[in-house]
Write a protein that binds this ligand. Sequence first.
Ligand SMILES: Nc1ncnc2c1ncn2[C@@H]1O[C@H](COP(=O)(O)OP(=O)(O)O)[C@@H](O)[C@H]1O
Ligand SMILES: [Mg+2]
Length: 300
Amino acid sequence: MTGPRRGDWKNMGVSPTAKNVIQLPRAGRRRARARVVAITSGKGGVGKTNIVANLGFAFGNLGQRVLVLDADLGLGNLDVLLGIAPKFNLSHVIHGEKQLSDILVDGPGRMKILPASSGIQELTQLTHEQKVQFLTALDQLVDDMDMLLIDTAAGISTNVMDFNVTAHEIIVVVSPEPTAITDAYALMKVLSLKYAEKRCQLLVNMVATPREGEDVFRQLGLVTERFLDIQVDYLGCILNDEKVTRGVKHQRLVCDLFPQSRASRCFTQLAERMVKASPTSRPKGNTNFFWHHLVQSTPL
Ligand SMILES: Nc1ncnc2c1ncn2[C@@H]1O[C@H](COP(=O)(O)OP(=O)(O)O)[C@@H](O)[C@H]1O
Ligand SMILES: [Mg+2]
């Protein structure tokens, strides 16, 4: 497959026609087939990358074709977690040296991975044009997939939000620590006030019991209901399990290495629940086109 080259976007019909309105080429306007899910968090270290990778693995076991995008552009470490050493990554695409399809690598199970680079600050400061070009190429690549999982960086920077608002579903990951909870609230506040998001899902990681996950959801729900115009749905929880850390040390996924562990069973059940959830129940059910936000909303 051939994607756009750097600088080509003007010739592809991807050109700003008015402030805040971008025209995508026809290919970018077709009906989306892949389900696009962004996994994000206010605070770092709450388990996003482990969740994305293990969910991707579990979805693969359910017969889903999954593409995982490491969108932690400056400090991506999905490849390290998976014990793979890709020769090329997103920095080569952004610099026009490779097409997106060239950097695609096989992950564990049936996952395909788009690796990011680490330590290249420039990647965290992409121009609007570079983002449009990148998302247009990504749009073409996900055509063959059932699902795109986006592992974002932590926080509320524009880069993180760009990926969140272009996804069909936003999963906010939080751990039971007070700092993670307040940072999750800050993230939801920005999603709601600045980006007019109406819905997101909460996944509580590293809980001692399912009850602890529900308590965190209740706590956050109380304040979001009172102060924000955003509906937060409870997606579930992943139990704290030292086997996750053991897997990380061996650069293997817990679902792969210890499929019967507490955490692995949570990932499998969560993947099953998500696959069963019908497309109409997706938070953005009216988002017919993949990069809907690129066409109709604020500039990236
Ligand atoms: N369910 C879990 N149980 C135990 N430890 C976990 C769990 N999820 C994540 N961790 C630990 O948290 C660390 C950070 O996870 P990571 O996925 O890198 O977070 P993030 O991507 O949000 O920065 C991992 O190295 C792992 O050891
Ligand atoms: Mg991470």
